[in-house]
Design a protein around this ligand. Structure first.
Ligand code: DAS
Length: 361
């Protein structure tokens, strides 16, 4: 394959040198712009406020995808872009059905020869959950970039236009291939697995406990690290073979807590419960017996931590997880642990298999 390609390139350059092919034609062949599809789902990046001073008071999910693309004509400098309106919702309203529909669309587009990269515009509230889900289930090496904004396009110093430009530039860049699902906000490129919304009113809201992967500056990507956890083509989860997601819910740990929430979620059908624990995923002594009882009834217990910004829950440290047959979420925050636990349950009901999955993804 390589030999025929090099022969083709040699012939092409020879044809240009001998004047059979005009140089600009040959050049055009090699500098064709990447074809990037933008899937719009709503959020602040499609939001509109009453005045330019409204950077936090506005309505999300108002601006349609064609207007979003038209508002940033510079996108055409870095890629041939086309848009699709998949949803028009604020992302706090995302459901598993939305995740499945979006991921299946991304997967289908990634198989098309006329698609080189995909951008998803999304609300920031659950952006990290969607980015992680796509990272785990879409089998492609083509760049997939999820992007949002902290201010609506109508606000002073709105961040959406540059975030979108950076997302398209990244999705158009061959250097972004094979790095898993990416998130471009505030000039940074973060891994969809690691990134989380850590501030709720500033443009520098999205942070990864383990650091960003790189930056986008003036349409150029600059990389400093690459993900090591399993993702996309190296994932055992394939969205093309998943049509439903087992119900998993999250309950918070705090002083004066009680087992009521866990029991209510289990009674409503939850197949696993994510304990958003204090500190190292600690569990109140007033809750442990109820969780052990739920485990005995077949509900999985996953200990994560409510502490943001780094670290990981250690197995058998705060609780005898081996003895209780519980799982630890490792470094994943509760909302990401919910995504992975639900996918893990499409593969196995064995806590040891689920734990292996939490350590590998
Ligand atoms: N409500 C928020 C959302 O849609 C707005 C935003 O920050 O994007 O996630």
């Amino acid at each position: 394959m390589k030999r025929s390609l090099s022969r083709w390139l040699l012939a092409l350059s020879g044809a240009v040198a001998l004047g059979f092919l005009p140089a600009q034609h040959a050049l055009a062949q090699t500098t064709k712009k990447a074809q990037v599809v933008i899937l719009a789902t709503g959020g602040t990046i499609a939001g509109a406020g009453a005045s330019a001073a409204n950077s936090a008071t506005y309505q999300a999910a108002k601006v349609p995808v064609d207007k979003l693309l038209a508002s940033v004509p510079e996108l055409g400098n870095v890629a041939d872009v086309r848009g699709e309106q998949v949803f028009q919702i604020a992302s706090e309203s995302f459901t598993n059905a939305h995740l499945l529909q979006l991921a299946k669309r991304v997967s289908a587009l990634s198989k098309q020869k006329d698609v080189d990269g995909i951008v998803i515009t999304h609300g920031t509230d659950t952006l990290e959950e969607t980015a992680f889900f796509l990272n785990l289930t879409v089998h492609t090496t083509k760049p997939i970039v999820v992007v949002g904004s902290m201010r609506p396009g109508t606000a002073l110093s709105a961040d959406g236009a540059l975030n979108l430009y950076n997302a398209v530039a990244t999705a158009a860049s061959p250097t972004a291939a094979g790095k898993g699902v990416l998130v471009t906000m505030n000039d940074e490129i973060n891994s969809g697995r690691d990134v989380a919304k850590s501030v709720n009113v500033r443009p520098d809201a999205f942070k990864s406990a383990w650091g960003d992967l790189g930056m986008v500056v003036e349409g150029q990507t600059y990389w400093f690290r690459a993900p090591v956890k399993r993702h996309t083509v190296n994932s055992e989860f394939d969205i093309d073979q998943i049509d439903s997601l087992p119900q998993v819910d999250i309950a918070y740990g705090y002083g004066n807590t009680s087992p009521v929430a866990y029991q209510a979620f289990a009674a409503a059908g939850a197949k696993a419960l994510i304990h958003a624990g204090t500190g190292n995923g600690s569990v109140s002594k007033d809750v442990v017996p109820a969780l052990r009882e739920l485990r005995a009834k077949g509900v999985h217990i996953v200990r994560s931590s409510r502490v943001m910004g780094g670290g990981f829950v250690l197995r058998n440290a705060e609780q005898p997880d081996d003895q209780y047959d519980w799982v630890v979420a490792h470094d994943l925050n509760p909302q990401k642990a919910r995504i992975l636990a639900s996918l893990a349950l499409t593969k196995s009901n064995d806590a040891k298999v689920i734990q292996r999955i939490f350590m590998e993804y």
